[in-house]
Design a protein around this ligand. Structure first.
Ligand code: AQP
Length: 336
């Protein structure tokens, strides 16, 4: 069976962007294709420590996994959850791939540029992040990786690193599908990028300091309303879906469509040409607040023990697959 894989760092509570861009697409695919693919849902805790940890790390990790369960992920013999640091092969393969990846290609990664911008110095983990991500993918020969738009560059670099390695050492790695195929498989029109509510030219990120710029999955309905009602819009005065000239309004239309599970074209047709930005904001606030209330109620029902039990099974599975691939790699480069 082919593998589909996804992960979200657990450095803090997640945003609505993480939920709509990565978590929900994976849950939908897992429930649709269970039986046809292996699904690996993991918390990249080694990736998490490249940023400050907001809160208790162990609790954050369990909470991120609970988010998947609350979003409807059904763990079974083909759907596995695990923590990256509990499968040591990830870190070891990362080192081996570091010797194939080049400084030049890593320096061109948008995430690295964004996260290091304006800083006097940044940690090597921020620079090397895509290579660890390549290891996360290649260890399991994952074909599809449901991720938000910001991460597609890292899938392309995974393909480049794997191709170069195979060229030098033989056909060891299976390449993940190209970006266009990933998007087609996810059954979305284009990669999802939820925007920052205050600066809609940027993506919504969990580490952004301004609280009003992001909807967090633990936000109360009041907080959701306050944040959406104060979201930045524009001076055009008429609602159109136009990410270039009206990114704030377009972001709200996109959120409304994804949260209410309706095609963007339908939501856009409903609002196009209307002039009350306030009405649109009210509608989006109610849709998001209701979804979060239901989500948070399901979250409360899931205990730490439930998750730990599933992790034990998942980590046994992940170590078996990952160690077998690592041994193949070690033999190919001559370490074994
Ligand atoms: N705004 C977004 N819209 C759509 N998808 C998004 N993702 C993140 N932000 C958006 C997707 O969520 C997953 C999270 O991955 P991550 O936490 O490992 O890394 P990230 O992309 O760095 O996420 P954040 O929220 O921006 O975190 P910080 O602020 O800590 O760096 C990925 O699939 C990503 O595409």
């Amino acid at each position: 069976m082919k593998t589909i894989l996804t992960g979200i760092r657990s450095n803090s509570v997640l945003t609505l962007g993480n939920y709509l861009g990565a978590l929900l697409p994976m849950v939908r695919l897992a429930n649709k294709y269970s039986g046809e693919y292996q699904f690996n849902v993991f918390v990249p805790d080694l990736h998490s420590i490249i940023s400050e940890i907001d809160g208790n790390f162990k609790e954050n990790t369990l909470r991120t996994l609970k988010y998947y369960l609350a979003a409807g992920l059904l763990v079974n013999k083909n759907v596995h959850i695990y923590r990256q640091s509990y499968v040591p092969a990830h870190a070891e393969l990362c080192w081996i791939l570091n010797c194939t990846a080049t400084m030049g290609e890593m320096s061109r990664m948008t995430q690295y540029k964004e996260k290091s911008e304006g800083k006097a110095s940044c940690n090597v983990g921020i620079f090397d992040y895509p290579v660890l991500m390549a290891a996360d993918i290649l260890l399991y020969s994952a074909e599809f990786i449901p991720l938000g738009e910001d991460q597609f560059q890292h899938i392309e670099i995974t393909r480049d690193i794997a191709e170069r390695f195979n060229h030098k050492h033989g056909e060891v790695f299976v390449l993940p599908a190209k970006t266009a195929e990933q998007i087609k498989f996810m059954e979305i029109e284009k990669a999802i990028r939820i925007r920052d509510l205050i600066s809609p030219e940027k993506k919504m990120s969990k580490s952004t300091v301004a609280e009003n710029s992001k909807i967090m999955l633990d936000d109360t309905p009041e907080a959701v309303r306050k944040k959406i009602m104060s979201a930045t819009t524009d001076s055009v005065g008429v609602i159109h879906f136009d990410m270039v000239n009206q990114p704030g309004i377009s972001n709200l239309l996109q959120i409304e469509a994804l949260v209410s599970n309706r095609p963007l074209s339908e939501v856009t047709a409903e609002w196009d040409g209307k002039t009350s930005y306030g009405d649109l904001k009210k509608q989006v606030s109610e849709t998001v607040a209701k979804m979060l209330e239901e989500f948070q109620a399901r979250l409360k029902e899931i205990s730490d023990e439930d998750v730990i039990l599933l992790l034990e099974e998942g980590e046994k599975y992940a170590n078996e697959i990952a160690n077998a691939k690592l041994l193949e790699v070690q033999k190919a480069v001559g370490l074994r």
